[in-house]
Design a protein around this ligand. Structure first.
Ligand code: CMC
Length: 427
């Protein structure tokens, strides 16, 4: 069958492009040759631009579908665990038992950080935001693992992936322990990935910690739901940084920086801050009105999504987990959580939110859940970064393992035309 073509007519010139089909999702017009005709496309915010080919994650925003390597997120959240999902995202297939056991062992044996990394923490103020510390410490990992920085070597890439996934919980918990002046806890090999994180966050050397299985399970689910999300802002940042040939630790550190903003991963923290700002159920209407006012910059945090225009499938799963956790910790009657549930109810019925298809996203419920687990608000985005690391690494590795080019967007220039320099005395 002849390749399908798209035609673009500019003035009296017709330019033809191939139309490419993926396995799922809309067809894609390959406009990469357009520049040779003297034009660029303009697509602010990348609304209509696919910047890469990928086999990892698929989203159908209208139908509320999210697939990791073809598996629906709901099935993975119900039947799998985070480490199995990590294996799946990295390798493309679910592991058999020996592969899973080997992978878990490999991760477990890379959880400690180099002793010198502890000294980094002393350079930060105790009240530093943990994301600020995490960006710095993860970027600094490249100074410790010179032995695996050859990005063309698949074995080096695989070890860097293991190191990053294994060390993120340790670094995240160290950020917290440093802020409250408690000793860093060493990872414990016998624990699951989520339990180990809880142990390093809330354990002390003074006594052995016990775990509420509901909370450990909820945390594992939060990790699964945040593990990957195709070409979002932070993942695109990782790919762009990676396209220059930068090492994986530097690329992931760039991704952490991009995740930090409130429009992206910072939303879970912003949700809790917003709930505190609203303060009381009686104030909800005032804030809903502010969110609807085009002259007011206030937005309902945890609502809306660039891609999901029907519902966020992660939010559906997270909502369930949120209620399980609230039940387990006896927080159903906590005024803050009651406020959150009332806000959700009112916004879901409000004409503005319904018309613009603004539904609660995953971060609305993950923020409330993390808060009920006892995680401080400023750690929420750190936990998102911890979970998303596997997605970033899988996407980076996919790019480096295939032919790729330096990422270099163009622009629509609207500044001055060429003009001559004027001496200061003549300005
Ligand atoms: N509250 C009030 N109005 C909103 C909201 C909101 N949360 N989100 C979008 N709108 C309005 C917006 O004002 C605009 O109205 P109009 O058409 O009249 O100008 C319209 O809806 C479309 O918004 P947009 O900003 O053009 O849409 P976008 O796709 O660029 O934004 C978003 C997506 C997630 C940045 C935005 O919905 C938002 O700021 N939400 C709050 C932050 C948030 O929860 N982010 C987490 C996303 S999920 C986690 C992740 O995957 O990173």
């Amino acid at each position: 069958m002849a390749a399908r073509k798209a035609k673009l007519i500019v003035d009296d010139k017709t330019i033809e492009f191939d139309v490419l089909s993926g396995t799922l999702g809309p067809d894609v017009i390959d406009i990469s040759s357009l520049h040779s005709h003297g034009y660029f496309t303009y697509d602010s915010g990348f609304n209509s631009t696919a910047a890469c080919e990928s086999k990892i994650t698929f989203i159908d925003g209208d139908k509320g579908v999210l697939l990791y390597r073809g598996y629906p997120i709901e099935q993975l959240a119900s039947h799998s665990n985070f480490l199995e999902v990590c294996y799946l995202l990295l390798n493309g297939e679910l592991p058999d038992k020996p592969s899973y056991e080997q992978f878990s062992k490999d991760i477990t044996h890379h959880t400690m950080v180099h002793e010198q990394i502890r000294h980094f923490f002393n350079g930060f103020r105790r009240d530093a935001h943990p994301m600020a510390i995490m960006v710095g410490v993860v970027g600094a990992l490249s100074a410790f693992y010179h032995d695996t920085l050859d990005i063309k070597n698949p074995e080096h890439r695989a070890i860097s992936a293991l190191r990053l996934i294994a060390k993120m919980p340790t670094i995240a918990a160290m950020c917290y322990k440093y802020s409250i002046g408690q000793p860093f806890m060493q990872p414990m090999n016998k624990l699951s990935y989520a339990e180990n994180f809880l142990h390093m966050m809330f354990g002390t050397p003074c006594e052995e910690m016990t775990f509420d299985p509901v909370l450990a399970k909820a945390l594992d689910r939060i990790f699964i739901l945040h593990a990957d999300h195709e070409q979002n802002a932070s993942t695109s940042t990782v790919r762009l940084a990676g396209s220059t040939g930068a090492n994986p630790f530097a690329c992931i550190s760039a991704g952490i920086g991009a995740l930090w903003g409130p429009a992206h991963g910072g939303a879970n923290e912003a949700v809790l801050n917003m709930l505190h700002e609203i303060g009381d159920v009686s104030q909800i209407h005032k804030f809903i009105e502010r969110a609807k006012d085009p002259k007011d910059t206030f937005r309902l945090m945890g609502f809306g999504h660039r891609v999901y225009k029907n519902y966020d499938p992660r939010a559906k799963v997270m909502r369930e987990t949120c209620h399980e956790v609230l039940e387990a910790v006896g927080a159903h009657n906590d005024p803050l959580f009651k406020l959150a549930m009332e806000l959700e109810r009112i916004a879901l019925q409000d004409e503005y939110f319904v018309e613009k298809k603004l539904y609660p996203n995953v971060d609305f419920y993950s923020g409330i859940t993390l808060s009920a687990i006892g995680i401080p608000t400023n750690m929420f985005t750190v936990i998102f970064a911890l979970a998303r690391t596997v997605g970033w690494v899988a996407q980076w590795n996919e790019m480096i393992s295939n032919p790729y080019r330096l990422g270099r967007p163009r622009q629509l220039y609207t500044g001055y035309k060429e003009r001559n320099y004027v001496k200061m005395t003549e300005r």
